[in-house]
Design a protein around this ligand. Structure first.
Ligand code: GDP
Length: 596
């Protein structure tokens, strides 16, 4: 393993400009400038060889070293490993072969994602089969000039990001569809941010060019404003004008995809370990579980036993995206398999296992680790400082939602200022937009270990549920400086845990008992939630609080108990209060540290 002190840097045989910039902790622009000064013209997605990268590294104060270490060590050196790399981690460089790129179409609703996916499929399937494909399996593959491209036919960034949130590979390249007559819209921005957070290169398909209202220049300006500067404006983003309706520009788009793919080193080991991602799955009445899988590494065969999420089984039959029976498939191939004992979720990872017995042991292990996993993964402002100190994080990733643009801008500016002031930690705002916190925001946060902060907005129900499930922290504010202050304090480790009161149950007093000369107990029925021995009680009479204090004893019959659930009767005495009256309401509450 190589030394990893600050100045030394290990670089591979070839690296693209974006990754090089990441490694050198510089902006891609800085890197491109140094390259230009040395007579190399390269765009952000272009790959440079070690010698060239080494020159840049030296100029930026590093001591470059050619990567020759074992795969395991390499992973550590690379810091954030691109997702496609994770799936082939452990494979030897010499065994890697190019594989078809996997493309995901993202964009604003109605801008033409579905139409474009359909148009590409129709114009690129082998003759005679056109229109014959009726079954939608969530992915398909085309041939363009003898090279294959795989499309995820599940448009929308929810699918893309949910895969990533589960640690799976969403796609190698994102095609961002923008209608030329409508321009950059909120979901365009959101999708772009999702792709950027995933460090997946973006190609823009400027669709609906057939419409008279198409305004490509305006759209390009809007794209530049969100950091996607078109290549003909000296930027790094390829923008391809297309019309899904007239089937125009499709070849150019495919060409652009292959161009970007060539700079990405999209590879797998066809003879390596067999693993991939579940694209979608359903239970078919006659055929059992039909799961569409995208194989990412290895070659899968009928008869293999696989574990997909927690579903497992021997592959009884396998089909390609056209529904034709196949016996084996290689990397980047979408396949439908029969034989799983359960329906896995989209985005679950799958892999080949030696036997069903092994698989069961793995499932048991997964289940036992699941609880700890969701807790361990959680990023909260409260534990952020510890992570910073432990050197686990140098970056606080945020998703910012605010009610109006007028409040969003100052918040983003102040947050950036806080980040600029801190030497050891940077603030990375993955997405900033007006509107309530949605499921999509939470998904992006889950996929990126980010925190969601909202100003004068709410989180919708679905977002809250997902946040709970994924352990994503949502913090809501109504005063701007409280928001920025919390972030600042969190970075400095000065955030005081916020204690909140949580009502856990209510009971109605049915009868009063004298326990001793001085004390009384109330015979109650719990009408909702529960009463807890270590909770506090508020005595409410005619809607007014007459007492608040600690529980002295909580009994079921003669037994002391720790809690009493809804519907049960119990005896309650309080430490300092004895004047119960029939009909009093006892509200039980606990004070706990605010969990976000
Ligand atoms: P999605 O929501 O992004 O999947 O968008 P759709 O593919 O469903 O398209 C939305 C609408 O735009 C449909 O009515 C399409 O017929 C129309 N549309 C899609 N592509 C084009 C195009 O290139 N030109 C024109 N004129 N209309 C298009």
């Amino acid at each position: 393993m190589s030394d990893n002190d600050n100045k030394q840097i290990v670089l591979p045989f070839s690296i693209n400009v974006r990754d090089l910039a990441d490694k050198l902790e510089a902006s891609p622009i800085q890197v491109i400038k140094v390259l230009m000064a040395n007579g190399v013209m390269a765009s952000i997605n272009q790959t440079v060889d070690f010698d060239t990268a080494a020159v840049v590294a030296s100029e930026l104060g590093f001591e470059p070293e050619l990567e020759q270490v074992a795969e395991d060590a390499k992973q550590e050196d690379q810091g954030e490993i691109p997702l496609w790399r994770q799936t082939i981690a452990g494979e030897k460089e010499k065994d890697l072969k190019p594989r078809p790129p996997v493309i995901s179409m993202l964009g604003h609703v109605d801008h033409g994602k579905t139409s474009l996916l359909d148009a590409i499929r129709q114009t690129n399937v082998a003759g005679g089969e056109e229109g014959g494909i009726t079954q939608h399996i969530g992915a398909y593959q085309i041939d363009h000039k003898g090279r294959k491209i795989t499309f995820l036919d599940t448009p929308g960034h929810a699918a893309f990001t949910s895969m990533r949130a589960r640690g799976a590979q969403g796609a190698d390249i994102v095609v961002l569809v923008v209608a030329a007559d409508d321009g950059v819209m909120p979901q365009t921005r959101e999708a772009a941010n999702h792709a950027m957070a995933a460090k997946v290169p973006i190609i823009v398909a400027m669709n609906k060019m057939d419409l008279p209202a198409a305004n490509p220049e305006l759209v390009k300006r809007q794209l530049s404003e969100i950091g996607l500067v078109p290549d003909d404006w000296d930027g790094d983003t390829i923008v391809v004008p297309v019309s899904a309706k007239k089937k125009e520009g499709l070849d150019d788009l495919l060409e652009a995809i292959l161009l970007v793919a060539d700079n990405q080193k999209i590879e797998a080991n066809p003879n390596g370990k067999i693993l991939g991602t579940v694209v979608e799955a359903e239970l078919d009445k006659t055929r059992g579980v039909m799961a569409t899988l995208l194989l990412q590494n290895g070659t899968i065969k009928v008869g293999d036993t696989i574990l997909a999420g927690k579903a497992l089984g021997r592959i009884k039959a396998m089909f390609d995206y056209r529904g034709e029976r196949i016996t084996q498939a290689g990397p980047s191939t979408p396949i439908v398999v029969m034989g799983l004992n359960d329906v896995p979720a989209a985005g679950d990872l799958f892999r080949k296992v030696a036997s069903e017995k092994d698989a069961r042991a793995i499932v048991a292990d997964l289940e036992s680790r699941e609880q700890t996993h969701s807790v361990a993964r959680k990023t909260t402002l409260e534990d952020l400082f510890e992570q910073l100190q432990a050197g686990e994080e140098q970056e606080l990733r945020l998703i910012v939602k605010a009610d109006v643009q007028g409040s969003l801008e100052p918040i983003v500016n102040s947050l950036n200022e806080i980040g600029d002031k801190e030497p050891d930690v940077s603030i990375n705002i993955l997405h900033a937009e007006t509107g309530n916190i949605t499921e999509s925001d939470v998904m992006l946060a889950a996929a990126s270990d980010a925190i969601v902060v909202g100003f004068a907005v709410d989180a919708d129900n679905a977002a809250e549920r997902l946040a709970e499930k994924e352990g994503v922290s949502i913090r809501l504010y109504t005063i701007i400086y409280r928001l920025t202050e919390d972030i600042e304090k969190a970075i400095k480790g000065m955030l005081e845990p916020e204690m909140v009161e949580k009502v856990i149950g209510r009971a109605k007093v049915l009868a009063i008992f004298k326990v001793s000369k001085y004390s009384t107990a109330a015979g109650c029925r719990v009408i909702d939630g529960e009463l807890r021995r270590n909770g506090k009680i508020r005595v409410i009479r005619n809607s007014e609080v007459v007492y608040e204090g600690e529980i002295g004893s909580l009994k079921r019959g003669k037994d002391d108990v720790r809690e009493v659930r809804e519907g049960f009767e119990c005896g309650v005495s309080l430490k300092q209060f004895h004047e119960f009256e029939e009909g009093d309401l006892l509200e039980c509450y606990v004070i706990e540290q605010q969990k976000f």
